[in-house]
Design a protein. Sequence first.
Length: 68
Amino acid sequence: MLESSIKGAIAKGIPVINSGTAEQSKKLGALMHIGQPEYDAGKGAGERARAAGVTKVVCVNHIITNTV
């Protein structure tokens, strides 16, 4: 959705930091990427919780409209 704005900023020499996916950041030419693969992060958190003996959790999607 912001591809043209991001590419325009980069073309003007404005450093861009992207928070979509790492692949999107690379494709757009962003200076760096901030974020994480959500599946991998959730899986890792679940594995750590299980190892710690946690048996019940609540997962909240606070930005449900974000598809990335």
